[in-house]
Design a protein around this ligand. Sequence first.
Ligand code: BES
Ligand code: ZN
Length: 954
Amino acid sequence: MANSCRKLIFNIYIGFYCSAVIMPQKCICSQFTSSPIDEFNKDPEAFPFATNGEIFPWHELRLPTVVIPLHYDLLIHPNLTSLDFVASEKIEVLVRDATQFIVLHSKDLEIINASLQSEEDVRYRKPGERLTVLSYPAHQQIALLVPEKLRPDLRYSVAIDFQAKLADGFEGFYKSTYRTLGGETRTIAVTDFEPTEARMAFPCFDEPLFKANFSIKIRRESRHIALSNMPKVKTIELEGGLLEDQFETTVKMSTYLVAYIVCDFTSVSGTTSSGVKVSIYASPDKWSQTHYALEASLKLLDFYENYFDIHYPLPKLDLIAIPDFASGAMENWGLITYRETSLLFDPKTSSTSDKLWVTEVIAHELAHQWFGNLVTMEWWNDIWLNEGFATYMELISLNVTYPELQFDDNFSNTCFEVIKRDSLNSSHPISNQAKTPTQIQEMFDAVSYNKGACILNMLKDFLSEETFRKGIIHYLKKFSYRNAKNDDLWHSLSNNCLESDSTSSGFCYSDSKKTSNTLAFLRENVELKEMMATWTLQKGIPLVVVKREGRSLRLQQERFLSGVSKEDPEWGTLQERYLWHIPVTYSTSSSNVIHRHILKLKTDTLNLSEKTNWVKFNVDSNGYYIVHYEGQGWDELITLLNQNHTLLRPKDRIGLIHDAFQLVSAGRLTLDKALDLTRYLQHETSVPTLLKGLEYLELFYLMVERRNISDVTENLKHYLLQYFKPVIDTQSWVDEGSVWDRMLRSTVLKLACYLNHAPCIQKATELFSQWMESSGKLNIPTDVLKIVYSVGAQTTAGWNYLLEQYELSLSSAEKNKILYALSTSKHQEKLMKLIELGMEGKVIKTQDLAALLFAIARNPKGQQLAWNFVKENWTHLLKKFELGSFPMRMIVSGTTSHFSSKDELQEVKLFFESLKAQGSHLDIFQTILEAISKNIKWLEKNLPTLRKWLLISI
Ligand code: BES
Ligand code: ZN
């Protein structure tokens, strides 16, 4: 249903997806008639060849559903010296229809042999029958051919022996290394499977819908420990002193959540109020950095059990910091793996924003234990049901468990971040087709995470938190240990009542009784599925245009496109058939009431009950839409901000700043009007709002600086330092104050030092010298640490010293700060040295290469270097990272998307075309090209205005 609907509206996508799918080689040989596999006879040409030249009996990327796995017995023996593993498995399968082959996934594994037993064979201990194994690497599949047809409704046991090298990258069963305090390098073996890499560790039915139970055994040496999803039941000693750990059988789960690790790490543990044992593991020398994570995960696990009213179903939960990790963290059930910077907290070197990040990642991965692990999307096209929910739950859980982190104040930024992408034509619907592993990986993007979370937040605001909570509990309970799709969620949210309080419409009477009649009426009459389809099956974000005429408000909705103005010829076509059901909210000068309405049509008219001076739509920025005020609307709001900004709520002020600058990109508001709106910021009392305004001004600064537009750069620098002088000068260089006071300090001082503000440079230089003199022992306040290092890195002696300290530091929070500081050097040979070290992967780990290239590309002196490097070393980079993976996408967009000239656009276009010709294609290429075109247009249109505005402002 979802697919056909999308095809109808957005046929633009169809062409791409069809051509991007890897088409199997066609078989045109005569062998077919003599094939024993009679299933092929109908259409032999449709089947590809296996590696041995025989016909592979399956031609689709998705596995057949005639055979389904029930239980896996896995025995794994990694050798951390020879860096390989031998393994065996027994998969109990249920046959649903007669078949002569079993197809499953396997990638880069050497299959030694495979055999099959029927239930009867197992009962009478009859040995298995050896099976022929065919392999079709293009689809990462193997087929096991059985001599006699398997019979429906019977269970069989498939046994496979296999082996492989521990992988070099970050996927499957791979090796990771770390250095001890004593300088020794040690190796560990670790898994990372999502989305499609379990098949690199053991042959399996590697699709989320094939849930099964797993009984895992790991062989190891006595100097190591083994961890897996479940607690260890026992350890047995084998000949030669080898040990075998046997783990309890898991609950029913998808393959991408299986995990096992062999390492020599140590841990701290605690128990939740419901008796779950939580442990934090790290390499032995980092043990002291694990305590914050333990406190946070205990609190959060308690919270979620309570909030969902569902017990965490496993007896234990381990969180482990892995020295080499591609993404931020992975939610494997019972054994969550983290990049070190996402789990470890070092009070001496971790800043406030580091603490926020660690807490956020823990909250996110713990939420997955329900959203994702207990209830899983049917297919990767709906990955937002995992990632959007986990991102949304960060907000809900942290507001309660860590109110002092004031996480809520930052949520609007989650939405603003994705709006950048979603207001380009190359965006995609939240639920999107994904077939190949690369397409599946590309689904893990801001649209699934951020937009997913933002539309859930909008829906919660519309339904009320209690109704929404009841609905998701209903959904989680109903689909536990199963899979779900969008419609299941909408259905659960519309039928969430306990029997005692339901009404005929499905919404809970007890809820609606408490709210106003109009709101109850709105909620009870909305067709949730229909409404939410407009947000999940349709790409983009709506713009609500408001025009006030006396007491009447005329509303109009259209598709918001940044970089395209109404006068552009393509505007009309890009608007066709877009329509949302928008739950709009607004407040007015005459009362504190939040008014609500659902805008389902293109245009609508509302009547105000009283005369008002101003109207502000999208209360608290809870809605996923941009608002434009026609006529006097913006002027009224600017006047209001200047007179008394506190009459609007902080989140409304942040929304106004955001929307104003977005409207500039779409040619709906002039830049000077948006800049005028920021003039009140001198008096702004809310830090997140102030930071938002500053962010735009800084963005413009970086844009003109990179393009060497020196007059505007100088004047903007002057303006920033003069205008924000009061706030810069009042900052102390001490870790003190609330979270937002501390964030303000980091941001403002970083900007001031970047702009060469003498007092800032002087203080940072002083601290840096003291730190060097103390041989790195002096504790610098954590929130200014990165700034001090960056100023220090500007001299050769400082830079060299920082690089030495980088090698020695045991805190990855500190290492990140040093690496950033090193990347701000103005000397190209130093930047090149960093890239070389990153490519070598010893001093600077490969996992940090993407962030390094990103940082160098943001340095005006490094942008060309980073870009040239990526172009010239694409194949080397592809050997390190998968094409669609987070790091690779970060490298490509990080080194290109800030460009703003026609020549640069042309260069990037040519490069992407050459990649496409080599078979490397990513969806984000189009997004990047669109982003660059948008930058070019922005500068063409707004540079003269910016120049003029600065002249009258300084
Ligand atoms: N499930 C993801 C990990 C993942 C990412 C797997 C991409 C496959 C492809 C995990 O829950 C996640 O979302 N991690 C985030 C951190 C989170 C706090 C946003 C990450 O890795 O950045
Ligand atoms: Zn996630």
